[in-house]
Design a protein around this ligand. Structure first.
Ligand code: SF4
Length: 500
């Protein structure tokens, strides 16, 4: 059961959870969801929305509800289904709600206080905030707020944003002004939903790095905001449009009102959403994710053909790409591994002995399909290389005659500071080894990556401007010098997009 936090933030709990096995992968970020629907069971709708977004974050979940008078919030560490019981949803009644599922990129993983939504007191009112992304300049902003006497419950960047909105809303007496002022100060990637007792506000950073879209419930019953369209599908809502970069959308009894909080900068949607983060049934900026992944596999088969007997994908995101590779090359697609789908982030910490088993906690080979076969393995990315190494060994142990790795993204050479956990460059295998050295390290017979140009050509977005910094070192948002000093290899420096 989740722990209830009252508006004054009095109750708290800290439940320890085990660390996940380090499966050496790019990790998801967060999912945000919001609904304005007077007369509907908004907490239940949010619960189902979060359930659809669970792939974006499995460390904690929370729902805040506004009932016209105040804001109530329930959150805890764990999966959505672990945090909420029927009784929680029954007691979270209101007309407007927001929800969050978290993968930590800022702040500790296991603290209840770091779970979202975060609350901020505005005079006698309460505001809740859910954030997907990472802010790069909150250290300084936090110090300024602390000097103003504002206290924090967590060590997250998101709470700094929540407190800033509260501070400026008090100062200006207008929530929208509070958000606008905050947007002028914070830098980085953010798709945020704020909630008051009677309205929600959805807003995105001016580059639109993280996704956020607007949907509508059938029969004019209300409005929905979600990180991905899969959050709409589960509750029967219809996609209306993406929230624009820099836009603030307010949804209340006055309907949907839009205002440009900050001028749009050049679009920099995270291209990795299409490769790995997003669910395949989602549509982002008009581009279907499954279709994009299949096209990536097709393109990769043209760029890096190899003779083989079967093509297999690494579940889940590698599968549509493997199907595309197989269709284009004419080589048979088959499943070579089966995935344990019930391995959340909150399972008991494996012993050292079990940790050696590494990848087997998640994937197991199908020897019948692999024995004596030349196998093409399609995966989304290689981060540190350990998982790929274990995977290749596992396939060989299961009888594969040859293993050819095909990766549907370019090598990840640069760290990400906009919402995922690859923020130390020296840990990235491609920042330290050539493709040939990486092939040797993982033990594959061949290794090839999709080109950046090839990747771009597979995404049919309406606004095709992408952040590709982890591949090319060109960052849309400037990073503070201490971050650069601590995260980049001494001989490698980021390049920044020109500010418009
Ligand atoms: S650096 Fe890479 S993962 Fe991070 S936002 Fe940009 S494209 Fe996405």
């Amino acid at each position: 059961m989740g722990w209830r936090m009252l508006a004054d933030g009095t109750a708290s709990d800290f439940r320890k959870i085990g660390n996940p096995a380090d499966l050496d992968h790019v990790e998801e970020e967060c999912g945000v969801f919001g609904v304005y629907a007077p007369g509907e069971d908004v907490s239940r709708l949010t619960y189902f929305g979060l359930h659809a977004l669970q792939h974006r974050g499995q460390e904690s979940a929370g729902i805040a509800v506004g009932d016209g008078y105040t804001v109530m919030c329930t959150k805890d560490t764990g999966l959505v289904t672990q945090v909420f019981e029927e009784s929680d949803l029954e007691s979270l009644t209101g007309k407007v709600a927001i929800g969050h599922c978290r993968y930590s990129t800022s702040g500790g993983k296991t603290s209840w206080d770091n779970a979202q939504p975060h609350l901020s007191i505005i005079g006698e009112r309460v505001m809740a905030l859910a954030h997907n992304g990472t802010l790069v300049n909150t250290g300084k902003l936090r110090r300024v707020l602390v000097d103003e006497g504002i206290t924090f419950r967590s060590d997250t960047d998101s709470e700094v944003a929540a407190k800033l909105i509260g501070y400026y809303t008090m100062e200006t007496s207008h929530m929208r002004m509070g958000i606008k002022k905050t947007m002028e100060l914070i830098e980085g990637a953010y798709a945020m939903i704020a909630l008051t007792e009677h309205a929600i506000y959805a807003f995105r950073d001016p580059n639109g790095i993280r996704p956020l879209c607007l949907g509508k419930l059938s029969d004019n019953r209300g409005w929905v905001v979600s990180s991905e369209t899969c959050g709409f599908d589960i509750i029967g809502a219809e996609y209306v449009r993406d929230i624009e970069p820099g836009e603030i959308v307010k949804i209340s009894e006055d309907g949907v009102e839009s205002e440009q909080g900050l001028p749009q900068r050049k679009h920099a949607a995270c291209i990795f959403e299409y490769v790995y983060f997003a669910r395949p049934d989602s549509v982002m900026d008009g581009a279907g994710v499954y279709r994009a992944r299949e096209a990536m596999g097709r393109r990769l088969s043209k760029e890096a053909p190899v003779e083989a007997d079967i093509v297999m994908g690494v579940p889940d995101s590698g599968v549509p790409a493997a199907i595309g590779y197989a269709r284009e090359s004419g080589i048979v697609y088959t499943e070579g591994v089966t995935k344990n789908r019930y391995i959340g982030r909150t399972f008991i910490e494996p012993t050292q002995e079990l940790r050696q088993m590494g990848i087997r906690l998640k994937l197991n080979p199908l020897p019948y399909t692999l024995r004596n076969r030349r196998v093409i393995v399609v995966d989304d990315s290689i981060v540190r290389g350990n998982t790929s190494k274990q995977l290749v060994k596992m396939l060989r142990d299961a009888g594969a005659k040859e293993v050819h790795m095909r990766i549907v993204s370019p090598p990840i050479v640069w760290p990400c500071f906009y919402g995922i956990d690859t923020d130390i460059q020296k840990q990235l295998i491609s920042a330290n080894m050539t493709v040939e050295e990486t092939r040797e390290f993982i033990g594959a017979d061949s290794l090839a990556y999709l080109s950046l140009e090839g990747l771009e050509s597979c995404i049919y977005a309406q606004h095709p401007g992408f952040c590709e910094a982890c591949f090319n070192g060109e960052y849309p948002v400037e990073l503070p010098p201490d971050l650069v000093k601590n995260s980049f290899k001494p001989d490698m420096k980021p390049v920044y997009w020109p500010k418009e």
